[in-house]
Design a binder for this molecule. Sequence first.
Ligand code: K1U
Ligand code: ZN
Length: 169
Amino acid sequence: MTILPIVTVPDPILKTISSPVDVVDDALRALMDDMLHTMYAAPGIGLAAIQVGRPLRVLVMDLADDTENPRPQYFVNPQITWASEELATYNEGCLSVPEQYADIDRPAECKISYLDYNGEQQDIHATGLFSTCIQHEIDHLNGVIFIDYLSNLKKNMVIRKVKKLVKED
Ligand code: K1U
Ligand code: ZN
């Protein structure tokens, strides 16, 4: 497995609308394995394919904490089929916006239909951090980053900080 480089803002590739996957085959599973490995190494709790430069509607997540066994989840062509009117606020981060956090409001609960690691159709009801994280990741598939919900002033400040951080590395 390979740890892939993660693209950071303001790289325009992050604005790409990713394309649906035609077939879940061994090549796609190899990409999902590399994405999971990359996410664990970062470390993070989610990663969309566009964050490693691949414009495909694929994401991986693992919400297990350090005291639990890993619980990898793979979502291919995920679609939000329902979202609650009730909102929840979470202080979000993003591996493409390193070391920056902001409170973001999103539907507290949602239902997602997707293909799993084996290409089987699945439906899931997401609540809590799972709901927040999967909505954040699906945003990536549509070229949206959490800082897009901030004012232009705040967003530009964050981008300046990330540029400085990446240059120093
Ligand atoms: O870049 C990403 O899309 C991943 C992002 C997912 C996310 C986090 C919080 C709210 C919504 C979506 C991250 O994983 S940021 C890093 C992070 O949250 C974390 C890192 C280590 C341990 C626990 C959390
Ligand atoms: Zn992100």
